[in-house]
Design a protein around this ligand. Structure first.
Ligand code: HEC
Length: 133
């Protein structure tokens, strides 16, 4: 009897931990009009270099140097940064990526607040494309 109670408690604990780690696997819906927004900044060496500087300063600690989602801060986070090299990420439109990094969610900060200049955030979108394999 006692063992059964312990077992039930263990199962419950695992379920709760599992739920806690699931928050980030929910699909992140992007409104249609945002997803269709065109990138006003053409990808160029200049835009890439601006994006890279911003990335190293503001994003790398979580997203990792190569965008793999393996930054040094990850162990302290409750949600997991995605792998930017994967098709699941790269197949999104520039508008969708811009929307997500502007709005933020869970541990992902609200870019609109930290980097209020739209141009900075579009340069970041261009830079994130460099992680494509
Ligand atoms: C404190 C850690 C942290 C920092 C700093 C951070 N991110 Fe994130 N980012 C995350 C996490 C965690 C997620 C996943 C959030 C979720 O799905 O709920 C995420 C998600 C994203 C996504 C959405 C990916 C997708 O398709 O679902 C983009 C784009 C992104 N980050 C870009 C950036 C950029 C650009 C910066 C720098 C300006 C940045 N992030 C800074 C933690 C961080």
């Amino acid at each position: 009897m006692r063992n059964r109670i312990l077992l039930s408690l263990a199962v419950l604990a695992i379920a709760i931990v599992g739920m806690a780690f699931q928050t980030d696997s929910k699909p992140w819906a992007v409104p249609d009009k945002n997803a269709k927004m065109a990138n006003p900044i053409k990808s160029s060496p200049e835009s890439m270099s601006k994006g890279k500087t911003l990335y190293i300063k503001n994003c790398q600690d979580c997203h990792g140097k190569k965008g793999l989602g393996d930054g040094t801060k990850v162990p302290d986070l409750k949600s997991t940064p995605p792998d930017f090299t994967k098709a699941a990420f790269q197949s999104q439109s520039d508008g969708a990526v811009f929307y997500k990094l502007s709005e933020g969610r869970n541990d992902m900060p609200r870019g609109k607040k930290d980097l209020p200049d739209d141009e900075d955030r579009w340069n970041l979108v261009n830079y994130l494309r460099s992680f494509k394999k």
